[in-house]
Design a protein around this ligand. Structure first.
Ligand code: AMP
Length: 353
């Protein structure tokens, strides 16, 4: 089914990803309708329509569904039952959501698709955590099964004596205990898949994190990482295929001695793909719109020799005057109110020529 330009695309979630999707959609002649529980979300500032409603407000979701031609989402912590109300209009479907929002389901799914994950155990009690430390050794990282992002809901255990503290830190929530991976770098594969099975993949960026938050993505990746990309792409495409995913899907990897290890998947456009706005012929945002609307795939070729994308986090925002004045620096600000520590306020991309 092709959703032609002029139609309305519903986007659930009004953050910066929804904002950049809306801008890309507008360029192709679409109108966007944002649904988000907050008062002035970044995406609503650039979209044609905005519904302020909770994600589990069934009446609001149904009304939203009637008013849009196709619907998509920009983050994964959404109630699957409510989104079922959107039926076939929802792309990607709820399967991608359900798998990505539960770390235990996600790991089982990735393993079934034949890709590598770090050794892990499901944990639901302090006894389980102690057993996991005994079996997997340390360090291990505890991650809540649900609602974790940007390093939140995580705690490291470096010795058996840390177990109780780590369990307390994550609030004693159902979790996974995951062996710490010795990696040389982190990288991602960003793939777009169409309902027809067509797909497109960009060059893989190397991603540098601080405190669990992405700071910088660089393309091209180093030769040491590049040798792992072919295997990682195959894994990412198998995952997208197995999910029946339509739209952009991101798979984050550790480059380890034994080969690429999947860290996690995001059933959506991703921070490590922001460089594609200026660094590739077609951005991840435009490609997502193309995929969910059934337009042909755009080229994922590099526009220059590569790109470096730096996030502006918290009071990095204060650097905007200098960045705005820097020739060749592509500055993106997300229109968010207050710059709290750890809050993603914008990003800047420099193209390598
Ligand atoms: P996540 O929220 O799962 O993406 O984790 C945030 C960051 O923590 C990752 O990007 C890594 O830098 C680090 N991390 C997470 N899991 C592991 C692991 N099993 N081994 C080593 N580092 C990890």
């Amino acid at each position: 089914m092709t959703v032609p330009p002029g139609s309305t695309i519903g986007i659930i979630g009004g953050g910066q990803l929804g904002r950049m999707l809306s801008v890309a959609a507008a360029q192709l002649g679409y109108k966007c309708h944002i649904l988000d529980p907050h008062g002035d979300p970044p995406a609503a500032q650039v979209a044609a329509a905005f519904t302020r409603a909770d994600y589990d407000d069934r009446a609001a979701i149904e009304a939203f569904g009637r008013g849009v031609d196709v619907a998509t989402y920009e983050f994964e912590n959404l109630p699957v039952a409510a989104l079922h109300l959107l039926g076939d209009k929802l792309r990607p479907g709820t399967r991608s959501l359900a798998v990505a929002q539960d770390r235990a389901e996600e790991k089982r799914f990735i393993e079934r698709s034949g890709a590598r994950v770090a050794p892990w155990r499901e944990v639901g009690s302090i006894e389980d955590v102690r057993a996991a430390v005994a079996e997997l050794g340390s360090p291990i990282v505890l991650k809540t099964r649900r609602y974790g992002y940007d390093g939140k809901g995580q705690a490291w255990i470096r010795a058996q004596t840390d177990a109780a503290h780590a369990w307390q830190t994550i609030g004693g929530e159902p979790a996974v205990a995951e062996a710490g991976v010795g990696f040389t770098a982190e990288f991602s594969v960003i793939v777009a898949r169409w309902a027809t099975g067509d797909h497109a993949v960009w060059d893989s960026p190397v991603n540098e994190h601080q405190g669990g938050i992405l700071r910088r993505s660089t393309v091209p990746c180093s030769p040491a990482v590049a040798v792992q990309v072919a295997e990682a792409r195959e894994a990412a495409l198998r995952i997208a295929e197995a999910l029946g995913h339509v739209g952009v899907l991101t798979v984050e990897f550790f480059a380890a001695a034994e080969g690429p290890i999947v860290n996690e998947i995001a059933p959506r456009v991703h921070n490590s793909g922001h460089w594609t706005i200026e660094g590739a012929v077609t951005s991840q945002f435009e490609q997502h719109i193309r995929a969910v609307c059934g337009l042909p795939p755009g080229s994922t070729e590099l526009a220059g020799l590569g790109a470096v994308m730096d996030n502006l986090i918290g009071d990095d925002l204060d650097r905007w005057p200098e960045l705005a004045g820097e020739s060749g620096a592509h500055l993106h600000l997300y229109g968010k109110g207050e710059a709290h520590p750890g809050r993603k306020m914008g990003h800047v991309t420099r193209i390598l020529r």
